[in-house]
Write a protein that binds this ligand. Structure first.
Ligand SMILES: Cc1cc2nc3c(=O)[nH]c(=O)nc-3n(C[C@H](O)[C@H](O)[C@H](O)COP(=O)(O)OP(=O)(O)OC[C@H]3O[C@@H](n4cnc5c(N)ncnc54)[C@H](O)[C@@H]3O)c2cc1C
Length: 456
């Protein structure tokens, strides 16, 4: 979908060679040659990343697109790193199963989602990608190919780092005493290993589900509803979009109620039809636009609502390309009890400092909304970047993270010291040096680098 020298955030790079190995032996050969020649290697997945992680800044770009095997078994799938997420979803569905992590962008490759530890809207119930990996096969820069299962511990010592109190977090290496290989490699953003293949857990497709897009004519009511609905049993999605977000897709969705200034998107596992009556009550209690809200329980409804939700980030990316700026989007998540405080901070700062369009939507169930800023000039572009830095600091101050699901890549690596102490970053660099002493893999991701001393 995106070419090898950019990603969905519009971050641009360059490479001396683009290599597309057909086999594992060929991949290992490429890594050995790079190791011998001191050549940086950046791994390309589907290109839907939002942090510049897959964008090379010199050296070789290696795409795993030929590693596209998908085997479906009872309870699990075996996928090559280049298998496309949408193909996995479709194949799992044909077997009456589903793969829980759903970072909505179906063109992502499995290797990319593992390397970012991607989440998405259903992560409200199912958590991040890491949790669904049962076995992982990956290549290291020292020539080894490891095939590890859940439970297999790393074979070297690490210094533990702290974890923020948000429910979602994917920034830096989650170092812990006695940690497992899968937890280290997943989320490492292509800096420690090249993911080759994974065995991923599948779940049976739930029998009954109810989906809804609930519209509100009051922003405050929509946010009160979020807090009231967070603990509803069986809820596997709790998403939210503000008025500017709805404005982005009104042209596409002409049936979107005119008076709506916010919406809450829900998906719930249900036992029977009585669940509908519960929602009728809830909508009334929360002063929602009951008659104009959309509910459905069929596969087609689910797909329609999924497309509606996905239209938001898609439109943002389209707009960013039109404007010609790099994407200015946040990925911060705070402890759920701090959700309102963080949102108020975003809005207050935008009102004071950013005289250009913006839109806020996303995974509010995990206190993880994406703030999207659309600069209209160089000045607003500069201010937008400063705002993002201040949002990152505020997230940390509230006990949250600097990246919940997209990682840091190159565009957001300067956030790392906002969350971690120097000693913690040094502990991560020690792991990097241990597995990739010449600092060749995913160079520039997570840690800034200079040609003389890449890991400095
Ligand atoms: C419209 C849209 C909506 C999105 N919504 C969500 C969302 O809701 N939740 C979410 O989590 N993300 C979301 N994303 C972001 C994106 O889909 C994820 O980050 C995805 O995990 C990236 O996968 P990819 O294959 O496209 O990776 P790429 O962009 O190709 O690469 C991402 C990183 O992974 C590394 N990598 C890729 N393959 C390998 C490999 N085999 N071995 C080692 N490293 C590798 C790359 O070097 C890079 O650092 C969205 C993106 C778009 C465009």
């Amino acid at each position: 979908m995106w070419n090898y020298l950019e990603d969905a955030s519009n971050y641009q790079g360059h490479a001396d060679k683009i290599l597309i190995p057909q086999t594992e032996a060929e991949l290992v050969g490429i890594l050995a040659e790079a190791q011998a020649g001191g050549i940086a290697v950046t791994i390309a997945g589907g290109g839907s990343g939002l942090t510049g992680g897959r964008v090379p800044e010199g050296g070789w770009c290696v795409s795993l697109e030929k590693f596209n095997k998908i085997e479906i078994h009872d309870g699990f799938a075996v996928c090559g790193a280049g298998a496309i997420l949408g193909d996995l979803h479709a194949a799992a569905k044909r077997s009456g199963q589903f793969y829980p992590p759903d970072p909505t962008e179906t063109m992502a490759a499995i290797g990319g989602t593992i390397s970012c530890n991607a989440c998405g809207s259903r992560s409200f119930m199912y958590g991040a990608t890491r949790r669904w990996i049962r076995r992982l096969r990956f290549a290291l820069m020292d020539g080894r190919v490891l095939d590890v299962r859940r439970g297999d511990k790393i074979d070297f010592e690490v210094i533990p780092v702290h974890r923020p109190a948000s429910t979602k977090h994917s920034a830096g290496y989650p170092l812990a005493a006695g940690m497992e290989w899968i937890d280290l490699i997943s989320g490492s953003e292509g800096t420690l290993a090249v993911v080759i293949e994974a065995e991923l857990e599948l779940q049976p497709v739930p029998k009954e589900m109810l989906n809804g897009i609930v519209f509100f004519s009051s922003d405050a009511d929509s946010l009160r509803a979020v807090e009231a609905w967070r603990s509803i049993p069986g809820l596997r999605m709790l998403e939210w979009a503000d008025e500017p977000s709805l404005g982005l897709i009104r042209e596409k969705y002409t049936d979107l109620p005119k008076a709506a200034v916010a919406c809450v998107i829900v998906e719930q596992l249900v036992e029977d039809e009585s669940a509908v009556d519960d929602w009728v009550e809830r909508l009334e209690e929360q002063n929602a636009m009951a008659d104009e809200s959309w509910f459905g329980s069929s596969e087609a409804d689910r797909e329609r609502f999924r497309a509606f939700r996905h239209a938001l980030p898609e439109r943002v990316i389209q707009l960013v390309r039109q404007l010609g700026f790099s994407k200015l989007g946040s990925d911060f998540s705070v402890p759920v009890e701090k959700n309102r405080e963080m949102l108020d901070f975003y809005r207050d700062q935008i009102a004071k400092r950013f005289p250009a369009p913006f839109a806020i939507f996303g995974h509010i169930g995990d206190a993880h909304v994406h703030v999207n800023l659309f600069p209209s000039s160089e000045e607003t572009g500069v201010e937008g970047k400063k705002l993002m830095d201040d949002f990152a600091r505020k997230s940390v101050e509230l006990g949250g993270t600097i990246a919940a699901e997209h990682g840091l890549g190159k565009r957001k690596r300067h956030f790392l010291p906002f969350l971690y102490s120097e000693a913690e970053i040094e502990a991560m660099k020690a792991v990097k040096r241990h597995l990739d002493p010449k600092w060749l893999l995913g160079r520039g991701n997570l840690f800034p680098m200079s040609p003389e001393h890449p890991g400095a």
